[in-house]
Design a protein around this ligand. Structure first.
Ligand SMILES: NC(=O)c1ccc[n+]([C@@H]2O[C@H](COP(=O)([O-])OP(=O)(O)OC[C@H]3O[C@@H](n4cnc5c(N)ncnc54)[C@H](O)[C@@H]3O)[C@@H](O)[C@H]2O)c1
Length: 273
């Protein structure tokens, strides 16, 4: 009788992941999660230090790692990152797209000019497009199989005042994974997204006050902000064999926020504690 396969076999041992955007928020946590599950990891970031720090985390977990610097909104930089990942680490099996616009204060659409629109939509979507265009071919050459996970946002599932380009771009990512799942399912390549809610990253601390965060936290059904590793664990599920029959989906990692019917009088009673 065959030995029973453990359900927590991620299937990532000696597989190679490329993480695009490896700063000290969800990117670094994702590198740590992939490495802890057995993957070797290429860490790509605009900032040399962010790429190097994340690569060090993967090495400390006993994996091979590669630090790459470039601009993920430039096709040639992403293509180069994919080539280098394959040359140095041997293959490309998982791609995680983290880069996106931070939760900066925006403006209503009539006050959003073309430059602001293009900048936000580009940063939220181009890295994903170029990653797919660069890595799907090599995955097929390797014999098929592979997994892409993109970080979207609950701002793409629900409305977010002052953030029309961000909402449109993040909703676009969720829509894109559905189409890509259909286009490349026959090659065994999966495409999914995660939609984080309020995640307590260093960037959130830089742009918010503790008072504002306390008010926001009260509105979360689980009564806490998410941690970068909450998102990284969801990414690990989707990227690995644990999510092997999941494709074209978006998993909200939001403490229950998007399940909440916004009826102010009703919620006021629940938010008093
Ligand atoms: N923090 C939240 O509460 C929250 C909520 C929902 C969604 N998100 C999304 O999660 C993702 C990660 O957020 P975070 O706060 O952890 O990230 P972050 O902004 O801390 O890190 C992103 C990394 O990407 C790098 N980067 C930026 N532009 C780049 C480029 N052109 N090329 C290569 N690298 C580039 C940055 O240097 C940084 O290291 C983003 O897509 C964001 O929109 C965040």
């Amino acid at each position: 009788m065959n030995a029973q396969r453990s359900i927590v076999d991620f299937g990532l041992t000696d597989k190679v992941g490329l993480v695009i955007g490896t700063g000290d928020g969800m990117g670094q946590a994702t590198v740590a999660a992939l490495a802890s599950a057995g993957a070797n990891v290429a860490c790509f970031d605009l900032e040399r230090d962010a790429a190097a720090a994340a690569a060090k985390i993967a090495e400390q977990a006993g994996r091979n790692a590669l630090s790459l610097t470039g601009d993920a909104t430039r096709r040639e930089d992403v293509a180069h990152a994919v080539d280098e990942t394959r040359r140095v680490l041997g293959s490309i099996d998982v791609v995680v797209g983290v880069v996106g616009d931070g939760a900066k204060k925006g403006a209503r659409l009539l006050d959003t000019d073309d430059d602001a629109w293009n900048r936000i939509v580009e940063i939220c979507t181009k890295p994903a497009v170029y990653a797919v265009q660069s890595a799907v071919g090599p995955m097929i050459e390797q014999g098929g199989g592979g997994s892409f996970v993109f970080i979207s946002s609950i701002g793409g599932l629900s409305g977010l005042p002052g953030q029309a380009p961000y909402s449109a771009a993040k909703a676009g990512l969720m829509s894109m994974v559905k189409t890509l799942a259909l286009e490349y399912g026959m090659e065994g390549i999966r495409f999914n997204a995660v939609a984080p809610g309020i995640i307590h990253t260093p960037e959130i601390d830089r742009i918010s006050t503790p008072e504002h965060l306390a008010v926001q936290t009260k509105q979360v059904p689980l009564r806490r902000m998410g941690r970068p590793d909450d998102v990284a664990k969801a990414i690990l599920f989707l990227a690995s064999d644990l999510g092997g029959y999941v494709t074209g989906q978006t998993l909200a990692v939001d403490g229950g926020v998007t399940g909440k019917y916004q009826m102010p009088a009703f919620w006021a009673e629940w938010e008093q504690d």
